[in-house]
Ligand binder design. Structure first.
Ligand code: PLP
Length: 384
């Protein structure tokens, strides 16, 4: 078995290593931080691209019992891989026509709008019993959820409890990555005012950034996502373990003379003789084209700047700083790892770590490891 794995791992252009032990450690750290509140886990978008089928069971084994996804199809995949004592919340709520399926499968929609609430209540009347759900309040982000006034009106509705079994009242912070932003406390105060209208209903505010804010942001259940996957959610939120490493192979090495151009558009011209390596990763692998001319790969502690444009399947880096025999065709260079974090790449690409993480596509060989060794290999292109 180990042998077969090794062959798959060797026969790839790029490999993504996902450390479940680090995800579990990050979950434990956040759970300890928010205690006595409980920590759930946000595993939408295939656990931020890392593979929900591996990630969710690892979190479940750590005691996580509240899972959040964005869509019904994600909930269906998730339900197959965790115990049925876990609760699955669908953050985007109910797509029209999905109500019966959602109820049948026991998922809890996060009801965000009057239309979603109405459709869930209508189904409840048909079934003659209250249906479980979460309710989202828009406390100031203007994305999803009922305006506060509408939520307090709803709380006065005497028929509500016959139709909706309200299991969670939640809101979402717009600026939790800026701990001193006044909007955090303003949203908290607004949410607490509404919460008073729903006595006994558990509440949830904190995403990853919120888990690092003061204790009153933690309420009953936290909803961390990105921190589980090793990204510090705010400038002073440290101590999380990195989860992913990404490496890609050297496809070709060449020397170029002064004045020779590199890549599409010949946007880079060698100012002096240079040694270049073409690396087997491009924007089709989720390696952003916006890294053209600004990002880097690494070989041990040597930075290898990207020269010219990132192509679909490859990019070219400057290896002039390396000793002549340091890299050969077929060797791997580091894209994410000890020398370059997701945050570093996000900064260079002028985006956020979330986007880098969720775009790491299916073309990488995936190596899922836990503290006790390698769990699973997925060959490039296989379903994840
Ligand atoms: C995505 C999401 C989260 C998780 O956010 P992170 O910043 O990744 O921790 C929590 N709550 C809601 C409503 C979300 O959409």
């Amino acid at each position: 078995m180990a042998m077969k794995h090794q062959i798959i791992a060797e026969a790839c252009s790029s490999r993504l290593r996902i450390d479940l032990g680090a995800i579990r450690a990050n979950y434990r750290a956040i759970a300890a931080r928010v205690a006595p509140a409980r920590s759930g886990a946000v595993v939408k978008a295939n656990a931020y691209g890392l593979g929900v089928v591996q990630v969710a069971p690892a979190l479940y084994r750590e005691g996580c019992r509240h899972f959040f996804v964005a869509q019904l199809n994600e909930a269906i995949t998730l339900a197959r891989v965790i115990g049925d004592d876990a609760t699955i919340f669908i953050l985007n709520g109910l797509d029209p026509g999905s109500e019966a399926d959602c109820a049948e499968r026991g998922f809890l929609p996060v009801l965000n709008s009057h239309s979603q609430i109405e459709r869930w209540r209508k189904l409840a009347r048909t079934k003659g019993r209250p249906l479980p759900a979460a309710l989202q309040i828009d406390s100031g982000m203007s994305r999803l959820g009922l305006p506060p006034a509408d939520a307090s009106a709803l709380a006065q509705d005497l028929h509500l409890s016959r139709e909706i079994d309200l299991r969670l009242l939640m809101t979402h912070l717009a600026c939790s990555d800026e701990p001193t932003h006044p909007a955090n406390r303003a949203q908290l105060d607004g949410f607490y005012a509404i919460r008073a209208h729903f006595p006994g209903v558990p509440a949830s505010i904190a995403n990853s950034g919120g888990a690092f804010l003061a204790g009153d942001f933690h309420c009953d259940i936290a909803r961390p996502g990105v921190a589980l996957y090793g990204v510090d959610p705010a400038p002073d939120a440290h101590g999380l373990r990195p989860v992913v490493t990404l490496e890609a192979r050297v496809l070709q090495i060449r020397e170029i003379e002064t004045g020779i151009g590199v890549g599409y558009g010949l946007t880079y011209t060698a100012p002096t003789p240079h040694r270049l390596a073409t690396i087997a990763i491009g924007y089709a692998d989720g390696w952003p084209r916006s890294l053209s001319g600004v990002g880097a790969a690494w070989h041990r502690d040597v930075r290898l700047p990207i020269v010219g444009r990132v192509s679909m399947d490859s990019m070219t880096v400057d290896i002039t700083a390396l000793p002549a025999d340091a890299l050969a065709e077929g060797d791997f260079v580091e894209l994410l790892g000890p020398s370059q974090s997701l945050a570093d790449v996000a900064r260079d690409a002028d985006t956020i770590a979330y986007e880098i993480l969720t775009q790491l596509g299916p073309r990488h060989a995936r190596i899922v490891v836990d503290d006790d060794g390698v769990l699973e290999f997925t060959a490039p292109g296989e379903r994840i």
